[in-house]
Design a protein. Structure first.
Ligand code: HEM
Length: 165
């Protein structure tokens, strides 16, 4: 009888141990930071289509902005001087490429100084950003890549619009 009682106690202790373990495992799983599911994922630069795609996006973006009556006036510093337009194009290309983790480095002027000097308004910023959305949509850049690129460009907003808090 005593043996049976001891056996019963041992069973209880073992099952208690295991249930604690299971609970602890569950708790650890709940608090473990989610690891990125996709390993070895390509960089945004590659997913967008590489150097050629970035260059075409920049050309089309500039073309839309210069043709857009809502902001064209703001671009007269470059439209009046072809060499300045070429420089802006190169620097914008390097910037987009770098932002997308491509093999480029932005070597242009201080973004804030350039844009604050132009007194870029919130409305102008929205128009120019929207023109980029149009370019990406027209090229059928997938939703995920489009949003990633726009979010990264969005981080530059304080350097472009003067009254950003
Ligand atoms: C959406 C965000 C924008 C980005 C990422 C951006 C990026 C750039 C870059 C990289 C340059 C080249 C700077 C250099 O050559 O050193 C540039 C120049 C310029 N940007 Fe922006 N820009 C943005 C918005 C705007 C807006 C809203 C306007 C005006 C409506 C504007 C007007 C200009 C002008 C006129 C230049 C040429 C300045 C000069 O060379 O004298 N930009 N921008």
């Amino acid at each position: 009888m005593r043996r049976l009682f001891l056996f019963f106690i041992a069973i209880c202790l073992v099952s208690l141990c295991f249930s604690d373990d299971a609970e602890a495992r569950r708790r650890r799983r709940r608090h473990r930071p989610r690891r990125a599911k996709i390993i070895n994922e390509k960089k945004l630069f590659e997913r967008i289509g590489g150097a050629k795609a970035i260059s075409e996006i920049v050309d089309e973006w500039i073309r839309l902005n210069l043709a857009d009556q809502r902001v064209a006036q703001a671009f007269t510093p470059v439209t009046s001087k072809p060499e300045k337009l070429g420089k802006m194009r190169r620097n914008l290309n390097d910037q987009l490429c770098e932002i997308a983790d491509g093999p480029c480095q932005y070597k242009g002027s201080d973004m804030k100084k350039t844009h604050i000097a132009l007194a870029v308004s919130e409305d102008q910023y929205l128009v120019v950003s929207d023109n980029l959305v149009r370019v990406l949509q027209a090229r059928q850049v997938s939703e995920r890549e489009k949003n990633e690129l726009l979010a990264r460009i969005g981080e530059l907003r304080p350097e472009i619009v003067a009254d950003t808090p």
